[in-house]
Design a binder for this molecule. Structure first.
Ligand code: 5AD
Ligand code: FES
Length: 367
């Protein structure tokens, strides 16, 4: 069936999603991009919402085989920003008009850590209230798997969004890229807890993992729909040479171009299939190709997370090799990213939280 006929269907079957992700001709890719953009325009508008990213600590109790800050990577100097450093970054972000901030770190689940994050959330809320942001910055957390009580405390402190990637919905593949003490079921349970508490929930996957198939990616998309997520953050898997996955480096370097293209297709197809969710053009795209995030926007993404982390810490928050934004403009992503976004003809939303319409209608239905 011609790709246009599939794109125009009202509902997509798994076979349709597979066809769309398998697009290989330039014309079909262009068609996917154009239609995804139109759907984005229709459902969420053309504005790009910013979430200032503060990578506040690279201490991690986990040992994911793909991740540069895994606890077994002994070469990496570990850091945690002080509360004042975090608050300064958040205030700067509010003054620039970003509207929202993301606090991201390696995983820790001890009470001292959760106390610290809770205090930061409370204080960020307090200090960022202004005429232009009457409810303070929107706060997203991305600090991994915690208990229900811990998630609830952070929500009550004022964080209303949470990002927790499922990484891959292929259970076997999940097990291959994580040690035995990290389980797929636990990850799913956490996502359900977050939803139950009332968070705006974001999840996502890595694209191009060794042994991952297009069928896996189709199942990932179906998973997003079934979980009824509000936000999707997904991007290419990137090699970090101080991880056990360096054994796959030939596969990775041989397939980089394909993986990049597949990542853009995933954004486009997710937009067609899920319509009103927020979709991020992730930094990992830019690590693969200098204009990767801009291309993500053209395939229907509407969120960008400019890095606000102080430069020394930023360098040590190395999830993968080739992380961008380490020297350009001395790390002043604000100017850079605004120019980049405007180069795609899009406008940056200022002083808006930019909650997904999906979340807003989900909340309304619950009332
Ligand atoms: N390549 C791409 N993404 C990675 N992440 C961690 N390591 C890598 C890597 N090597 C992503 C994971 C995690 C998020 C915070 O960063 O998907 O959920
Ligand atoms: Fe970070 Fe350009 S977006 S330096």
């Amino acid at each position: 069936m011609p790709i246009l006929d599939i794109i125009n269907k009202i509902e997509y079957s798994k076979e349709d999603l597979l066809e769309l992700l398998s697009i290989s001709s330039k014309d079909d890719l262009e068609l996917l991009k154009k239609t995804a953009y139109e759907i984005m325009k229709q459902y969420v508008g053309e504005k790009v919402y910013l979430r200032g990213l503060i990578e506040f600590s690279n201490y991690c109790v986990n040992d994911c085989f793909y991740c540069g800050i895994r606890k077994s990577n002994r070469d990496l100097p570990r850091f945690i920003l002080s509360k004042n450093e975090i608050l300064d970054s958040a205030l700067w972000c509010a003054q620039k008009g970003y509207g929202s901030v993301v606090l991201q770190s390696g995983e820790r689940n001890d009470e001292a850590f959760v106390d610290f994050v809770e205090e930061c959330v409370r204080d960020i809320k307090k200090i960022t209230i202004s005429d232009s942001l009457p409810n303070g910055l929107g706060i997203t957390l991305c600090v991994g798997e915690l208990s229900y009580a811990q998630y609830k405390r952070l929500y009550d402190a004022g964080a209303h969004r949470y990002l927790l990637r499922i990484e891959t919905t292929n259970r076997k593949l999940f097990e291959q890229i994580h040690p035995n003490n990290q389980s797929y079921d636990k990850r799913i349970e956490c996502l359900h807890m977050l939803k139950e508490i009332g968070y705006y929930v974001g999840t996502g996957v890595m694209i191009g993992l060794p042994k991952q198939t297009i069928e896996d990616l189709v199942n990932d998309l179906v998973f997003f729909k079934e979980l009824d997520v509000d936000m999707i953050g997904m991007g290419p898997y990137l090699m970090h040479l101080s991880t056990p996955m360096k054994e796959h480096k030939d596969y990775f370097f041989d397939n980089q171009k394909e993986i990049y293209k597949l990542s853009l297709k995933m954004i486009g197809v997710a937009r067609l299939y899920l319509k009103d969710v927020n979709i991020a053009a992730t930094t990992a795209l830019q690590a693969m190709y200098p204009w990767g995030r801009e291309e993500g926007l053209l395939f229907g993404a509407n969120i960008i997370m400019p890095n606000l982390t102080p430069m020394d810490a930023r360098k040590n928050y190395e999830l993968y090799n080739g992380k961008p934004c380490l020297d350009e403009f001395q790390g002043d992503c604000f100017k850079c990213i605004t120019t980049r976004i405007e180069s795609t003809g899009r406008q940056v939303a200022l002083n808006e939280w930019g909650d997904s319409l999906h979340y807003i209608s989900r909340k309304r239905q619950e009332l």
